[in-house]
Design a protein around this ligand. Sequence first.
Ligand code: HCA
Ligand code: CU
Length: 379
Amino acid sequence: MPFENYNIIESTLREGEQFSTAAFTPVQKQKIAEMLDSFGVEMIEMTSPCASPQSAADIRAVVGMGLRARILTHIRCNHDDARRALDTGVQGIDIVIGTSPHLIRHSHGKNINQIIDLAADVLSFIRQQAPDVILRFSTEDSFRSREADLLRVYLAIADLGLVQRLGVADTVGVALPGQVSALVHQLVRLTGLDVEFHGHNDSGCAIANACAALEAGATHIDTTILGIGERNGITPLGGLIARLYTLNRQYVAKYNLKLLPQLDLLIADYCDIPIPFSNYITGSSAFIHKAGIHAKAVLADPETYEILQPEDFGLTREVAVGHRLTGWNAIRSRALALGLSLDEATLKSITQTIKQRADHQPLSLPEVDALLMEAAFQL
Ligand code: HCA
Ligand code: CU
């Protein structure tokens, strides 16, 4: 089963650092790595040591923490980057090179034969220096590359027998789930290697694409906390968890789900951004039920309107009561929560009062409570 054996490559410390407001300090990077490790992600990807002197020092510091998660770095396909990556002591090296006409023209200027030769050279060098390092080769902008070019490159690299994993990257967020599925399926079938998917979210498909990749046999998915990354980012960790949980809770049982809200809050704080209201699991309204008919059914059985159980993430559901869409079942539930037992007629009359008042302005919870207390104690 594709979903039972997948790994998360958590890239908040690499792709995430490319987010507009991310500038993690060494201490913040270690805190993020520590929490991701406690959450249980299998791999943590860090910015290239070539990015800056501090970036190299930060990799060494995180490697030195001795976490259970394997620490990877991400480099361009050249000898100098490879040498510097090896110097950091990382357990895995992710190599990427552009194959789309856009990148060939505007980034490195090499043709497909030159890309294959260079990759073979760099990968052989790394393998000689570090027989045990986990090696991954990925094309950048895979979905705007010519299919024939892509397959030539991947098959040539697979034939070398030097890498454990091939990566496909939807660098510009253009792919549809069907396209991701087709490419991943082909790579799995033709090479038998592990396959990683990295998907940007420019057109809102990053989670669906990650899920399609897994269905097609991908073994590794890249995520970042809150989905931060270049432009509007990539597959969010929490969104991927929500998607897999709803397929089968067992698929995410290996992770410490109760840490997810803290991870989202941590990154929101470090990047000085709010958690979006619409965020998966941790958005402010993710577990708020409002309309009367929803409230009634959720109070009877939360599953009626919930596919995720807030308790599994250390969160609680809320039934909003002080608005014009409220219903008397929700009001009764609030009364019971306050230890008040009011008869049906009284509850219905309070509900009408709330609706009338809410037509002018929604009531706060203390205002609803005051109405219930007044009725209970005839204040
Ligand atoms: C980048 C590009 C990348 C690489 C993805 C990968 C992308 O910023 O270096 O190596 O898996 O989206 O193509 O993030
Ligand atoms: Cu990316």
